[in-house]
Ligand binder design. Structure first.
Ligand code: MG
Length: 382
């Protein structure tokens, strides 16, 4: 591995919360990645919604395939910039572990339910999953990941929460950057979802190619494909266009970041953290094109009435579940009752609410729906 000076280096990790002997045959960040892949939260991503609810069709992205696309895009860029590929991959694979069922609709609903109890941020929840909620090891809770990986998972966080996170929260208070692998994972997330949401939106018939022609980022590639392959239509036309869009974005991030890195010349990961702004970036021109694409998706896809209906149903399911469990924690399965009792002892009702939120956030879409039926439909088995 030919790592740049500004990359994360295994030997210089800030370490884990609980001391462990170094891994024998793998690097520190390889161990992080492997632990994430073996976690149960990771397996659940397959049945969690990205934009389209899981049962709408088998070809849409789920949280798992989204996660894999993010990792794959980020790894290409990491290698080109001589960043730590495996750390980058680990951060990407863990970045959505804390997501609720039903995508952003679920996150917003749970945040509303938790308003009086400290709120709910899926990003913070991803950290909570790897720090506390996974139960796999005899000697500690969570996965005990490296500082660098945890720093990458916590993309954003309110100042209030940052104050409670010690070392990890400090950068939000001091307005510093995370390491470059973390910056990259963040950007790769955006590249992945903007592109795959175009694909999924077209497949669902919620947006059309002719609408997309007004967006420069799509239009230039669509024209190129049509000029090169006259008569090409259907899925192939869409795929040929989207793969060019991804390619342009990846190439742009590599070029723009390399330029910034050459100017700033960070001599270490700490130098990169101390830099006034992110060093992994898009060019101004691409950022503007990307902003337009995002705005279009926001208006035409995420607010389409069919997506709104899903959103509405998701909110009802989450609100109902939260309502009954906060009312009577004894309706939750045993292990979650135990967690609720434990947290309530130290934090009072906010503790019970946190345990309910942990239970709900961990659900897959289909589990949430069947749990809702078990509780609210009298004829169902409980
Ligand atoms: Mg994501």
């Amino acid at each position: 591995m030919d790592l740049a000076a500004y990359a994360a280096h295994d030997a210089q990790t800030r370490g884990r919360r609980h001391a462990e002997p170094p891994p024998g045959f793998r690097g520190q960040f390889q161990r992080d990645r492997d632990r994430i892949v073996h976690s149960s939260a990771f397996r659940r991503l397959i049945y969690k919604t990205q934009v389209f609810v899981n049962h709408e069709g088998d070809l849409y992205r789920t949280r798992l395939t989204h996660t894999m696309e993010v990792a794959q895009i980020a790894r290409s860029i990491a290698v080109a910039l001589r960043l730590h590929e495996t750390l980058t991959e680990a951060i990407c694979l863990a970045h959505d572990l804390g997501h609720t069922p039903f995508g952003h609709a679920g996150q917003d609903a749970l945040n509303e339910c938790m308003r009086e109890y400290g709120g709910f941020e899926h990003n913070l929840q991803s950290l909570r999953v790897v720090d506390e909620l996974e139960e796999r090891y005899a000697e500690f809770n969570g996965l005990n990941l490296t500082f660098e990986c945890r720093e990458g998972i916590l993309k954003h966080c309110s100042l209030n929460n940052a104050r409670q996170l010690g070392e990890l929260g400090r950068r939000f208070i001091e307005r510093r950057q995370p390491g470059l692998e973390a910056q990259l994972a963040n950007l790769a997330d955006e590249i992945a979802y903007n592109n795959h949401d175009v694909d999924d939106g077209l497949r669902a018939g919620l947006i059309t190619l002719s609408q997309l022609r007004d967006l420069p980022l799509v239009a230039r590639h669509l024209h190129e494909v049509q000029a090169r392959y006259p008569g090409l239509g259907g899925r192939r036309l869409v795929y040929e266009t989207i793969r060019r869009m991804i390619n342009e974005m990846v190439a742009d991030v590599i070029e723009s970041s390399a330029e910034r890195l050459a100017q700033a010349h960070p001599a270490s990961i700490d130098d990169a953290r101390a830099h006034g702004s992110a060093l992994i970036c898009m060019s101004d021109a691409l950022r503007e094109d990307n902003r337009q694409l995002k705005a279009f998706l926001g208006e035409s896809l995420y607010r389409h009435y069919r997506v709104r209906r899903m959103t509405r149903k998701a909110r009802l399911v989450i609100q109902d579940l939260f309502g009954v469990f906060i009312d009577d924690a004894h309706l939750m399965p045993d292990e979650h009752q135990v967690a609720a009792q434990g947290l309530e002892k130290t934090l009072g009702i906010a503790g019970r609410a946190r345990a309910v939120a942990d239970y709900i956030a961990g659900m897959t879409d289909r589990y949430a729906i069947s749990e809702h039926e078990r509780i609210f439909v009298p004829a169902k088995r409980s």
